[in-house]
Each structure stands twice: as structure tokens, then as C-alpha cells.
Ligand binder design. Structure first.
Ligand SMILES: C[S@@+](CC[C@H](N)C(=O)[O-])C[C@H]1O[C@@H](n2cnc3c(N)ncnc32)[C@H](O)[C@@H]1O
Length: 276
């Protein structure tokens, strides 16, 4: 039987947490504390880094002691930062074993292992009980998933009635496919962008109410363009996602930003609610 490229192979490498902690120490000295803030340039794996996470939580409004689910948590940067900032508990689920291992090591290094739990699993069959979470979020994950309806159905299942979920990701743009390779996929074989219309329909089919659905291109793409120009002129800084993904991260980032600039991908922030 022949199998196609696997999503997790694009993301995997060994020694991720060690590389990240070493990069932090090299930049700030061996006594630099590994806090969720200090790690943010290295462990927030999505465009615009911690700023995008700040905007997502402004929508989500997590409260102290709530149970929050992070679907496709990566190496756990957003989960640690949110738990640390708001005093909630976050359960992250991710498909990529090497990312789960790195997330657990970084939880220990930041002293966040009591508040942030990491489970290996698929967003299409979340290893989580029904109606267990007050809130949920997912950042730049659904682009890797063909079965969008399965993704939203699982998100719906694990939220308590009345619970909300914030989503930030890229949709298909009007100008054709993105320039590959991009940060989420080497080739079109593991990239599945849907249009705004398809996304709304998929979310509603799962049973959600859509509280807000915002195309953020006008406000974010000019800032991304400035980042692209700086990277092209100077390369990626020492504290950047290059530590996580290797030298190829520069091309992946430039391609992603060019795709946004040309309307080949559209950034959105969405807030949905499971009816009470
Ligand atoms: C671009 S990274 C984003 C990581 C994290 N959300 C963040 O913003 O830092 C995409 C993540 O989605 C995960 N992923 C992709 N498909 C998945 C699936 N079907 N189930 C769970 N995780 C998935 C990948 O393993 C990867 O960690």
C-alpha cells in the first residue's frame, strides 16, 4: 500500500526543547529564566507570534480556573502563555509526537506542568471527554485537515453547552493556491484551505452559532510585509521559529507572507458558541 506524505513528518525533528532552551540561554545568558513570555519568539508557531495569541484571547476571554482545550497545540507556546497569564488550566492535543514531547519538556522547564496537560492525538478523534471544557481554541491547525466537518464536530463535542471557541487560521484566497512550501505544509498534499463561505457552512453544520467572523488581512498583512522585507534583508533572528523548524523556516515564512500579500491565503479570527 502506498501512503502519501504525513502531516506530522513536516513538523518533526529531534531535540526540539533542548534547541529552544539553548537558544534562549545563548541570547540572554545561562541564567535567563524560561518563562512563557521569554519563550514566545520560539514556541508560538503561527504568523505574528504572541501578538496573534493576544488577539485570540481578547476574543476568547479565558477566566481563572476554567478548563480550556487547545486543538493542535504544537509545542505548547500558546497553552503555556494563556495558562500563565490567566490562571486557567489548558489541555493541548497534537498529532505530532515530537511536538508533544517538546511541549512536555518546555512545560517542565517553565514550571507549567501543573496547569498545562499535553495529549498526543488527532483533532478528528480528540482524546477528550464530552462537554468537558469551558472554552477552546485552535490556531493555524485546520489548514492541515481535509475533513473540516469532522474537526468542528469534535470541537463542538468537547465544549460544555454555552462554551465558546476561538479560531484563528488561514482561509483560501481568491488568487489561487499559496506559494509552497509554507509553514504548515511542504506541498499541497497536506494543505487544505477552505473559503470563508465553506468555513461558515462547516461551522454551522456542527451546530455552532457564529458570534464573530473577521477577515484580519487589512490590519495584519502590512505588518507581515514589513517582517518579510526584514527577513529577506537580514535573515531570521536568533530567537525565532528557525530554531524549531531549521533553516527552511525562512523560505516557509516568506512564502506564507507572499501568499497573504497576493490574496492566496486570508487570515481570519472566528468566535463560535455551542448553544446552551
Ligand atoms: C502551524 S502548527 C500550530 C501549532 C500551535 N497551534 C501554535 O499556534 O503554536 C500546526 C499544528 O497542528 C498540528 N496538527 C495538524 N493536523 C492535526 C490533527 N489532525 N490533529 C491534531 N493536531 C494536528 C500539527 O502537529 C502542528 O503542531
Amino acid at each position: 500500500m502506498t501512503t502519501g506524505p504525513r502531516v506530522e513528518d513536516h513538523y518533526s525533528s529531534s531535540g526540539i526543547a533542548r534547541r529552544i532552551l539553548d537558544a534562549l540561554a545563548a541570547a540572554g545568558g545561562p541564567d535567563t529564566p524560561a518563562t512563557p513570555d521569554a519563550l514566545a519568539p520560539l514556541d508560538q508557531f503561527h504568523g505574528r507570534g504572541i501578538q496573534a495569541t493576544r488577539e485570540l484571547v481578547a476574543l476568547l476571554q479565558p477566566q481563572a480556573d476554567e478548563e480550556i482545550a487547545d486543538v493542535g497545540c504544537g509545542i505548547g507556546g500558546p497553552a503555556r502563555w494563556i495558562a500563565w497569564t490567566f490562571g486557567c488550566r489548558v489541555t493541548g492535543v497534537d498529532l505530532t509526537p515530537a511536538f508533544c514531547e517538546a511541549a512536555r519538556e518546555l512545560n517542565r522547564a517553565t514550571g507549567m506542568e501543573e496547569r498545562v496537560r499535553i495529549l498526543e492525538g488527532n483533532a478528528l478523534a480528540l482524546p477528550l471527554p464530552d462537554a468537558a471544557f469551558d472554552r477552546a481554541y485552535s490556531q493555524n491547525v485546520v489548514m492541515n485537515i481535509a475533513d473540516k466537518r469532522g474537526f468542528y464536530a469534535e470541537l463542538f463535542r468537547v465544549l460544555k453547552p454555552g462554551g465558546v471557541a476561538a479560531l484563528s487560521n488561514l482561509l483560501a484566497g481568491p488568487a489561487g493556491p499559496p506559494h509552497f512550501p509554507v509553514p504548515w505544509a511542504e506541498t499541497p498534499a497536506t494543505s487544505f484551505l477552505s473559503t470563508a463561505e465553506e468555513t461558515r457552512a462547516d461551522i454551522l453544520t456542527a451546530g455552532f452559532e457564529i458570534l464573530s467572523f473577521r477577515d484580519t488581512a487589512a490590519e495584519t498583512v502590512p505588518k507581515q510585509s514589513a517582517i518579510r522585507r526584514k527577513i529577506e534583508a537580514e535573515g531570521m533572528p536568533p530567537l525565532s521559529l528557525r530554531v524549531l523548524m531549521g533553516d527552511r523556516m525562512q523560505d516557509l515564512t516568506v512564502n506564507s507572507i507572499r501568499s497573504l500579500e497576493e490574496g492566496r491565503a486570508v487570515p481570519v479570527e472566528i468566535l463560535v458558541r455551542r448553544p446552551a
